[in-house]
Design a protein around this ligand. Structure first.
Ligand code: G1P
Length: 290
C-alpha cells in the first residue's frame, strides 16, 4: 500500500537575480502573474492535489511569502466594513489553515538538493511533494495531482517530465530511460544539466516531484555536483538501486517563469485562460502583433 502524499516542500530561497531590479525588495515568488503572486499558483495546485502541509525553504528578506499565506485581520476588517465581500474572499482564500505552513531557513544557498534536505525534519519518513514555483503548469487536472495519482500506482519517485530540444538539456535534470510506454518513463539513471552531446535522452525533469523519503539519506552526504551545488537530481540518482523512478508526461503546458521571456509568456497564457480577461485580451494581442 503506497502512503498518501500529504506534505509539499517549496524551495523559495533563491535571490531572483534574473529579475533585478524587480526583486531588489520583493521576492521573485511574490511577483504576480495576472493578479496572483507566482507562488500562490503553486500553493493552489498543491491544495487541489490534496496537500495539507506546506514547507517553505526560505531565506532572509522573503518574509512577505509567509505573510501572504497568513490571515490579515486589519485588511479583512476594512474590507468587511466596506461591504467588499468578493475582495474579502480573495484575501481569505489566500490564507493557509492554522498550522499548515512551516518555514525553514536554508542559510547558505548550496543548491536544490540542499534546500530539499533542509525540510527533512518536517517531512519525516513519508512520501512528499516538491514544487518549484518558477515552473507554472496550465492543465485540466492539477499537475501535482497527476503525479500523486501515478505515484499511488507505481510508488517510489514520480516526477513531471517533458521532451525538450536537445540544445537545452544543459538546463535540466535528464532521464536515462530504461522503459517508456509513452506516458510513464522508467529511468535507470539521472544526469543534472548534461551537455547536449552527453545527454542520455531529451526527457527533462520540470519542477514537480513526488519523492520517496530515502532521498534524504543521500542528500545528507552533501555531495557536490553540477555548478558545485548539492543537486537533488544526484541524490535521487543514488537511490535508483532501491527505489523505482518514473517520469510522467503530464497533461498540460508548462511555463518557465524563471526567465523573463517565459514570465511574459506565462502572463499571456494565463491571461488567455482567465475567464474575465480572455475576450478582451485576444484582440489586444492581435493588434500588437500586426
Ligand atoms: C532545477 C533542477 C533540474 C530541473 C529544473 C526544473 O534546476 O536542478 O533538475 O530540471 O529545476 O525547472 P534549476 O532550474 O533550479 O537550475
Amino acid at each position: 500500500m503506497v502512503q498518501r502524499v500529504r506534505k509539499a516542500v517549496l524551495p523559495v530561497a533563491g535571490l531572483g537575480t534574473r529579475f533585478l531590479p524587480a526583486t531588489k525588495v520583493i521576492p521573485k515568488e511574490m511577483i504576480p502573474v495576472i493578479d496572483k503572486p507566482v507562488v500562490q499558483y503553486a500553493i493552489e495546485e498543491a491544495r487541489a492535489a490534496g496537500i495539507e502541509e506546506f514547507i517553505f525553504v526560505s531565506a532572509e528578506g522573503k518574509e512577505s511569502i509567509a505573510a501572504h499565506f497568513s490571515p490579515h485581520p486589519e485588511l479583512e476588517r476594512a474590507l468587511e466594513e466596506k461591504g467588499k465581500t468578493a475582495e474579502l474572499k480573495l484575501v481569505r482564500d489566500a490564507s493557509l489553515p492554522a498550522g499548515a505552513m512551516h518555514i525553514v531557513k536554508q542559510g547558505n544557498p548550496l543548491g536544490l538538493g540542499h534546500a530539499v534536505w533542509c525540510a527533512w525534519e518536517l517531512v519525516g519518513n513519508e512520501p512528499f511533494a516538491v514544487i518549484l514555483p518558477d515552473d507554472m503548469v496550465l492543465s485540466n487536472t492539477p499537475c501535482l495531482k497527476q503525479l500523486i495519482d501515478a505515484h499511488a500506482q507505481v510508488g517510489g519517485h514520480v516526477v513531471a517530465v517533458e521532451d525538450v530540444p536537445r540544445d537545452q538539456t544543459n538546463r535540466y535534470g535528464i532521464l536515462d530511460v530504461l522503459t517508456d510506454d509513452g506516458k510513464l518513463a522508467k529511468a535507470k539513471g539521472l544526469v543534472e544539466k548534461p551537455a547536449p552531446d552527453k545527454a542520455p535522452s531529451t526527457l527533462a525533469i520540470i519542477g514537480r516531484y513526488v519523492l520517496d523519503p530515502s532521498v534524504f539519506t543521500e542528500l545528507d552526504k552533501k555531495t557536490r555536483g553540477a555548478g558545485n551545488e548539492i543537486q537533488l537530481t544526484d541524490g535521487l540518482n543514488r537511490t535508483l538501486d532501491k527505489v523505482p523512478f518514473h517520469g510522467l508526461r503530464f497533461e498540460g503546458v508548462r511555463y518557465d517563469c524563471g526567465t523573463r521571456v517565459g514570465f511574459v509568456e506565462a502572463n499571456v497564457a494565463f491571461g488567455l485562460a482567465h475567464p474575465e480577461m480572455a475576450d478582451r485580451l485576444r484582440p489586444l494581442l492581435q493588434k500588437l502583433l500586426k
